[in-house]
Design a binder for this molecule. Structure first.
Ligand code: SF4
Length: 68
C-alpha cells in the first residue's frame, strides 16, 4: 500500500509530533506541511500520534481514506 498524507491545517496545533516521527514527510511552518515521502509505517505512526487528528492518510491505489 502507498499512503498519501494530507494535513487539515485548521485542526493542526503545530506542536510538531508528526515532524519528529516522520521528518522526511512533514515539516513545521505555521502548521505542519507535507514535504515529501516516508514509509507507510512512519506515516501511520505520525497520524496516530497527532493529538489533533489532523493527518488523513489516503490509499494511493484505491483513493480510500485509511486513517482516521
Ligand atoms: S502532529 Fe498533528 S497537530 Fe502536531 S504538527 Fe503534526 S499535524 Fe499538526
Amino acid at each position: 500500500m502507498t499512503l498519501i498524507p494530507t494535513i487539515d491545517e485548521g485542526a493542526c496545533s503545530a506542536h510538531g509530533d508528526c515532524v519528529a516521527i516522520a521528518p522526511t514527510a512533514f515539516a513545521l511552518d505555521e502548521t505542519a506541511v507535507v514535504i515529501g515521502a516516508a514509509t507507510d509505517e512512519e506515516l501511520v505512526a505520525a497520524a496516530e500520534a497527532c493529538p489533533a487528528l489532523a493527518i488523513t492518510l489516503t490509499d494511493a491505489d484505491t483513493g480510500q481514506v485509511v486513517f482516521p
